[in-house]
Design a protein around this ligand. Structure first.
Ligand code: SAM
Length: 222
């Protein structure tokens, strides 16, 4: 019997291969992160014309000059954030909504801020369709955080900052972490800031490349 191509299965197979080849073999160890990346349908967060490349080992354009990050980078940042079910998380840079869905899949309640209303609207729509009701999308300048929901167990910034925004460190709870790319517009280092009872510590993890964080405590223009 002839059969039309089974697109949903093709996506599931690509997603499985992505988890094995791009994540597990490169050292992602958190079972929660691997399971979330194996569950969330990344192809639904990219433009229809790019769905066949959604599980490739690269970032992709999502419109408005912005990108969805490479799968490995999403996994690594999520692992570094060290969130668990019930964590209270702020994401700066909603973009497609994919990273927020990964955090929600792990069980976190997520407030995610996007400065571009068109992207925020698209992300809200797909997150609702997929039932991620614990993701709250807000339009605004994420460099200022979202003080009304602070303190956070984790703050994940998915755009490149010239320096760590003081508003974000002030909204981080004790025991919490910020994961943020810091550097110039061409190249950055991914940093992890931890708040302990005695203050803040900062470590640099790897080189990376993100679109700029534009705002009052970020870059001043596009
Ligand atoms: N996390 C996203 C995802 O899963 O698709 C990818 C984010 S993309 C690399 C960076 C996003 O940060 C862009 O959508 C950009 O518009 C947004 N952005 C830049 N500056 C911002 C700011 N000050 N506040 C909120 N969003 C910002």
């Amino acid at each position: 019997m002839s059969r039309s191509p089974d697109i949903p299965n093709a996506h599931a197979e690509r997603r499985h291969a992505m988890v094995e080849h791009q994540l597990r073999r490169r050292g992602i160890q958190s079972q929660a992160v691997l399971e979330a990346m194996g569950t969330v349908p990344r192809h639904l967060f990219v433009p229809a014309t790019a769905q066949h490349t959604a599980y490739d080992d690269s970032p992709l354009h999502i419109g408005q000059g912005q990108t969805i990050s490479q799968p490995y980078m999403v996994a690594r940042m999520t692992e570094l954030l060290n969130v668990e079910a019930g964590s209270h998380v702020l994401e700066v840079g909603t973009g497609s909504g994919y990273q927020a869905a990964i955090l929600a899949e792990i069980g976190a309640e997520v407030w995610t801020i996007e400065r571009l209303p068109e992207l925020a609207a698209m992300a809200t729509s797909i997150l609702r369709q997929l039932g991620y009701h614990k993701v709250h999308v807000v339009v605004g300048d994420g460099t200022l955080g979202l003080p009304e929901q602070a303190p956070y167990d984790g703050i994940l910034v998915t755009a490149a900052a010239p320096s760590i925004p003081p508003s974000l460190t002030s909204q981080l709870g004790v025991g919490g972490r910020i994961v943020i790319p810091v550097g110039d517009r061409d190249i950055q280092e991914l940093r992890v800031v931890k708040r302990t009872a005695s203050g803040l510590t900062e470590t640099s993890v790897l080189d990376c490349r993100f679109v700029p964080l534009i705002g009052a405590e970020g870059y001043k223009d596009t």
